[in-house]
Design a protein around this ligand. Structure first.
Ligand SMILES: Nc1nc2c([nH]c(=O)n2[C@H]2C[C@H](O)[C@@H](COP(=O)(O)OP(=O)(O)OP(=O)(O)O)O2)c(=O)[nH]1
Length: 158
């Protein structure tokens, strides 16, 4: 699996795009990172770019990967794990075209509000790590501090 942590701006992020699932029934209403399965022969980056076109109708510039404890990414359940990449929309207006019924830009200056969303439970460690990476100070009402770059030094992407 692969997921996108879409930011309004990779160089100077202030907002994170989150998506609410509409299906299947047991996940409907829960928030997640848009994305999906990596198909055979696809790189994770190419799979993510494809999924974001299908689900949100946007092209993206991908940044760095959110560092996970395992090379295969963040565990979702017994069988699946997800790699998460930062990204920035390069073309299109995001719309909930498939799998979602709502998209929301969440200000990074209010990390508690991001954490308070009803996330798919497996995503919570990912969200915490993401906010830590971006320097959002959770619990002190503070805004963004300094943060390591999430932009990719390589230009271009899949
Ligand atoms: N996309 C996405 N899936 C997640 C997240 N967290 C999490 O546990 N999952 C789980 C939910 C689903 O069981 C699975 C992803 O399925 P999906 O329906 O998004 O993937 P897909 O579009 O490629 O699947 P398909 O409908 O083509 O079979 O991973 C997340 O943040 N984003």
């Amino acid at each position: 699996m692969v997921g996108g942590a879409l930011l309004d701006n990779l160089a100077k992020p202030t907002q994170l795009l989150v998506a609410r699932r509409s299906a299947p029934e047991q996940l409907a209403g829960l928030w997640e990172f848009p994305g999906g399965k990596v198909e055979a022969g696809e790189t994770p980056e190419a799979a993510l770019a494809r999924e974001l076109v299908e689900e949100l109708g946007v092209s993206v510039e991908l940044g760095t990967e959110l560092k996970a404890a395992h090379a295969h990414g963040w565990p979702l359940n017994d069988r699946a794990s997800m790699r998460v990449y930062f990204g920035q929309i390069s073309a299109g207006q995001p719309q909930p075209l498939e799998d979602h019924d709502e998209l929301r830009w969440m200000p990074l200056s209010a990390p508690e509000a991001i954490l308070a969303l009803p996330w798919i439970p497996a995503d919570l460690p990912i969200v915490r790590a993401l906010l830590a990476t971006l320097g959002a100070v959770v619990g002190e009402g503070a805004g963004l501090g300094s943060h390591p770059s999430v932009a990719n030094s390589k230009s271009g992407n899949c």
